[in-house]
Design a protein around this ligand. Structure first.
Ligand code: URA
Length: 263
């Protein structure tokens, strides 16, 4: 019964109502005011822990360049470096490639050649510059009495690429891919310690010198990794533009002269 009704009842009426409830079995007063148990109960408040539960923690973001720097720095030998690159999981190119293409030639060579990335043939064989561009590269160095299989280290060359994995459809590498693989290239140069470096084409120039523009850069000695560096036209470009072989020949003679001056 509503409390304002009870307030307005006279003593006798209220007593009769109470007695009627006792007869119905009511033996205890629980609350001062009646409660209608048929009313829709209010939604129970959510437990505090559920309301204030911490948001799901995102996995900590990995910096692929920092990881590459750390693992490359730990490599003491070429075998270490190859293993570190093989275990590196932050470059998507790895998933589409058949092989890690690490290097070819003589690690004791005076000249280190840095190309772009493996193509189909290199991916298949696991060696850099083994396709058509590679054959031209061999012929170019042969013309100055140098080569990857030369028995004398003074006449040999050592070859690697900016990227060890073939990009799909031979597309240009992305800036992020170059950035995450550069620490390995830098360590590669440190371990091999060549006297001079030849950069084949724009991608190698971008990775090592931070700029492209091979037509202007080629033939002009630069410095990188503390070494003299010579940008040249990529042999694949020379296959498409045979007229540019004249400049490539001039650059090979410039390389030969540099090696003589350093001997
Ligand atoms: N082009 C490159 O730059 N590197 C290779 O290994 C093959 C082709």
């Amino acid at each position: 019964m509503e409390s304002h009704l009870i307030d307005s009842l006279d003593f006798h009426t209220a007593r009769a109502l109470l007695q009627w409830q006792v007869e119905l079995g009511a033996d205890e007063a629980c609350l001062d005011a009646p409660v209608n148990r048929y009313e829709t109960p209010k939604a129970a408040p959510k437990p505090k822990a559920a309301v204030e539960a911490a948001p799901v923690q995102a996995a900590p973001k990995v910096d692929p360049v920092a990881v590459a720097k750390a693992v490359a720095a730990g490599a003491k030998t070429l075998d270490d470096l190859r293993a570190a690159m093989g275990a590196y999981e932050h470059c998507e190119l790895k998933r589409g490639a058949r092989n890690l293409v690490f290097s070819d030639g003589n690690p004791a060579a005076r000249v280190m050649i840095i190309g772009e990335a493996p193509g189909r043939d290199e991916d298949r064989e696991g060696k850099p510059f083994v396709g058509r561009a590679g054959h031209l590269l061999d012929r170019m160095f042969d013309a100055i009495d140098m080569g990857r299989t030369a028995p004398i280290s003074a006449q040999s060359i050592y070859i690697t690429n900016v990227l060890p994995w073939r990009p799909p459809q031979n597309r240009d590498p992305e800036a992020a891919e170059i950035a995450m693989l550069r620490p390995f290239l830098e360590r590669h140069v440190e371990i091999v310690a060549p006297e001079v470096i030849v950069l084949m084409g724009n991608i190698a120039c971008q990775a090592v010198l931070g700029r492209r523009g091979i037509t202007r850069l080629r033939g002009n000695w630069q410095e990188a990794f503390g070494k003299p560096v010579l940008p040249m036209f990529h042999p694949a470009y020379l296959l498409r533009q045979p007229s540019a072989k004249r400049e490539a020949w001039a650059d090979l003679l410039s390389l030969q002269a540099k090696l003589r001056s350093l001997a």
